[in-house]
Write a protein that binds this ligand. Sequence first.
Ligand code: HEM
Length: 534
Amino acid sequence: MTSDDRTEKDRQLDGYRVDQRDSVLTTDQGIPVDDTDNSLKVGERGPTVMEDFHFREKITHFDHERIPERVVHARGSGAYGFFEPYDDSLSLLTRAEFLSTPGLRTPVFVRFSTVAGSRGSADTVRDVRGFATKFYTRQGNFDLVGNNIPVFFIQDAIKFPDFVHAVKPEPHNEIPQASSAHATLWDFVQLQPETTHMMMWLMSDRALPRSFRMMQGFGVHTFRLVNEEGLATFVKFHWTPKLGKHSLVWDETQKIAGKDPDFNRRDLWESIERGAYPEWELGLQLVAEEDEHAFDFDILDATKIIPEEQVPLRPVGRLVLDRNPDNFFAETEQAAFHLGNVVPGIDFTNDPLLQGRAFSYLDTQLIRLGGPNFPQIPVNRPIAEVHDHHREGYHQMLIHKGRAAYHPNSLDGGWPAPAADKGYTHYQERVEGHKIRKRSESFRDHYSQATLFWNSMADWEREHIIAAFRFELGKVDALHVQEGVVRNLNEVDHDLAVQVAEGIGVDAPGPPITPNHGRSSPALSMAHEPADTI
Ligand code: HEM
């Protein structure tokens, strides 16, 4: 990278970088240390003395090095880069200038992750991959916290703790680490048919990406773009890799997990080091507000895609990753992505999964990163100016001047004051209804799109999916759980269910009770294009 290519974020980080070459060792108080190999003792073989401040500080700091890993997506790798829109055509639809200012390179930090495994688990497991992008825009940080699969396991965020408890290692013996082959996951799956579509993707080669550089990313939810006039358009975000989509095969992933557990992490790091910068195109699916109910599924249901035959992708810009972090812990581990971080021109919808996420991320980061001042950590700091009335808290790094940390005030001239019409205005959606604890009827069909996915698969992809179900479900030590999953699969495709049943030694089901959920749709969306396995 030449110095001209450096982003504003990169220059901001200069103020935090510490180069310790040619430096003498000091304590945290800046006192030069004469010897760091021997503790201070009474006599050559005597006891260590309490007054050895260097010893005390060195051990104390070490004792406190670990912070909690992320409750999900604990294993990940990150890189910096930029996003650049192709043209200004989105300016009619959104106030978000990073999407519509040609030539404007917005700095980004992207973190890829697996979901279930712990921080030290292997890369090439069968799992969803996180694809989280922090855009450091001039209007503040926008986080697109997505996955490499366009749908999700559940429809309502209140099910997330249940789902994650089922997917994580079992509580009595903490087995299995990062594997889909266990009874609790499949028990949850058989009892929650809304997982069916996502489980089809999870059993496909999409869950075995060869490289982070070769996988798609999806915002999953339907969001909103909002323009200067306050008019909204529904939007889905898609990342498409320039290198194409490529997967490993199951047998390879298992061998690689043993021989090089850092396979995907190493690939990302090394490709950036040698200048082969990974690149993605951002594409949007746009749906007019008045077409909200024009589909035979609910666009607020995160277990559904919008088929690209119905709403084609509109290419809007490119993402390039061109710099590795200097320090894994400081940057990648302390990065805090939050679905609730949006900029003017991007807004939420009433998707109940999205709404719950808008609470969860900040909440978890308060404990993971030690209190409310983690947005001041360098990787999380916006390049936009920050002025607020927040004060104190653990690890406060700023020295706020003045007397008035409240609004309105007359003692500090009223500052900082709200930006009025230049500020973020929430989309003024009209909403009314009874307060009820109930899933929408429009979220009821759990099988049609699973069938659509199955129908779009090539023969060899179907073989891989059947083999995956047999491998993972075959290890479950509860017959009724296996039978329950097969019953759900029967609603997706009878032949699939029979083949899985035969492979794991349970009775094959008869024809489904409610056949043809799939409505024999010919749709073969780009999202369903076969992953090229190499
Ligand atoms: C972390 C994606 C649903 C809670 C993450 C990360 C990604 C992600 C990519 C890792 C971010 C990073 O790299 O640091 C998604 C997607 C979802 C989804 C695409 C569904 C569409 C949910 C739901 C909840 C949730 C429903 C809770 C109600 C969390 C939490 C973390 C996390 C607590 C850890 C964050 C941290 O410690 O910084 N998610 N997630 N997620 N997610 Fe989700």
